[in-house]
Structures are given as C-alpha cells and as structure tokens.
Design a protein around this ligand. Structure first.
Ligand SMILES: [Fe+2]
Ligand SMILES: [Fe+2]
Length: 288
C-alpha cells in the first residue's frame, strides 16, 4: 500500500484535541462559543491559569488585570482565545507522543508557534479585519509534517538528508521520500476534521498561493510569516537564503489587497515585525 493510500485510509491520523476541534469546527454563535470555552476552562485549572498568564503578558500590554476567563473572552475575543486553547492542547498532545523524532517535533512546534505569532503581528500591522483566525492558521499550516514525522519516523531522516545535503526544497524531498507532500497531508487532515475552508486552503496552498482564487489574504499572511520564521532561525529547513520576498506571491497578494503597501519593501516590514518578535520572547516561551 502506498503512503498516500495509507494516509487516506487512517481515520484518525493524529488525535486532534477534542475540545479544540469542537471549537474550530462548530458553527456556533459567539455566545455559545463563549459558554463552551468557559465550561472547558472550568474543568481544566491548568488551562485557565495558562490563558490568564498569556492575557496578562506584556505582549498584549493591557493596563488592567485580566482575572477570569469571561474577562479574557471579552478582552481578547473568542477566536483569539480559541487559538490559545488550541496551542495549549495541541502542545500537550504532541509532547505526549512516544516518538523517535522528538527533536524534529520540538523544532516543528517552535516553527508553528512563531509563525502563528508573526501572523498575529502582521495582522495588527496591516490592520486586517479578522476574527483572530490567523493565529490558528499559522499554528496549523505545516501540520501535515507532524503526521509524516509521526507515522514514518524512519523515512524522516532520509528526507532531512535530501534537504541538507542535496539542497532540495522540503516539497521536493517529501515527494521523493514519501511520494506526497505535507500540504497534501494537511488537506486530507483538514477535510477529515471538517475545518473551515480558509484553514484547509492555508494548509493546502501555502506553498502554491497562485492556485487560490478566493480567500487569498489569510494564506498569504501565514506564508509571509512562515518565510520570516524560516529566515529568522525558527525554520523547519526551507532554504531561507533563497527567498526574494518582494517577488513572492504572498507579498504580491498583500500588496494588491492593501494599497498602503504599494512601494513598500517587504524588508522594511520585516524589520519592524522582527523587532516586535524579539520583544515577544516571554510570550513565545509561554507556548513552548
Ligand atoms: Fe509548509
Ligand atoms: Fe512552515
């Protein structure tokens, strides 16, 4: 059986945290989502403590103390809190795995967290009107790699070698070793889990944004964050030195959507976002 067949047949590829999945896929109104989050937090004091410490971190810079989950929901919004719950639960899940590829998973997790934080910083910079889903999309964009690493740990080393020694891109190396890419696996997972379309499209198209016709903004924000993460030593092995960001589709898509980016070099934005990332280390560490 080919890897593709194997992956398509496994009904639960990785046990995605149940409550996070419910929050991401349920089409609830805001009020119901809030009630659900409050109920989840009541049953998990460690989760509550984590969310409150994040809400009170200098990253958000509130001048008041966020003292309860209902208050955190009002201050941060339900989508942002959903992203934080997902980060907390997914991390617990991943680090409970008995795996030969612990180091790789740790690196991948850090890459995902930093991409999520960068996507949030970019959203702020672009004054993008979103419900906060860029954090979740950043966190999940490479989730296909998690499955490849967890299911085929013995092949992962071959893949890494192809990238390091033969200078292949991650997609090329994945095709050669697994006969499919992390973006395809991401699509299979997202579809199986009934994720919102924009999340599935981000997982599927973040390396081929030219193929998306609608909803280009969020995947483009995530891809730009992904490239910055690669360049700034939070990478997962893409050839960072080869990026010409001004020519990347993600950057062109954003320039097309935000007129104030016209004539601006991506490096200028990178400089600003990087400074913010550097002062966000405490925040990043809260997720590691
Ligand atoms: Fe990727
Ligand atoms: Fe990535």
């Amino acid at each position: 059986m080919s890897i593709r067949e194997k992956i398509s047949r496994v009904s639960t590829l990785i046990p995605f945290p149940k409550t996070s999945l419910e929050l991401l896929t349920g089409s609830y109104d805001k009020n119901t989502t809030m009630q659900k989050i409050i109920a989840i937090a009541e049953n998990d004091p460690a989760l509550t403590a984590k969310i409150l410490s994040i809400a009170n971190s200098p990253f958000y810079g509130f001048r008041w103390n966020v003292g309860s989950i209902p208050q955190a929901l009002l201050t941060l919004g339900t989508d942002e809190v959903t992203g934080l719950i997902l980060a907390y639960q997914l991390k617990q899940e991943i680090f409970s795995w008995d795996t030969k590829q612990k180091k790789f998973l740790q690196r991948l997790w850090k890459h995902s967290v930093v991409t999520a934080i960068l996507a949030r910083l970019l959203k702020q910079y672009l004054q993008l009107h979103s419900d906060g889903e860029e954090f979740t999309a950043g966190l999940l964009h490479d989730i296909g790699k998690l499955v490849l690493a967890q299911y085929f740990p013995e092949k992962l080393d071959d893949m890494q070698k192809k990238m390091e020694k033969d200078k292949k891109t991650d997609l090329e190396a994945e095709m050669e070793v697994f006969e499919m890419t992390h973006t395809e696996v991401g699509e299979i997972l997202g579809t199986k889990w009934s994720f919102p379309e924009v999340l599935v499209e981000t997982m599927k198209y973040h390396h081929s944004l030219e193929l998306i016709s609608n909803n280009k903004i969020l995947p483009s924000v995530v891809r730009l964050s992904d490239i910055f993460a690669e360049e700034w030593q939070y990478g997962i092995g893409e050839q960072a030195s080869s990026f010409e960001i001004d020519n990347e589709v993600c950057w062109k898509n954003l320039q097309g959507a935000f007129p104030n980016l016209e004539g601006v070099h991506s490096r200028e934005i990178g400089k600003m976002i990087r400074a913010q990332l550097q002062s966000s280390h405490d925040f990043i560490n809260l997720f590691l």
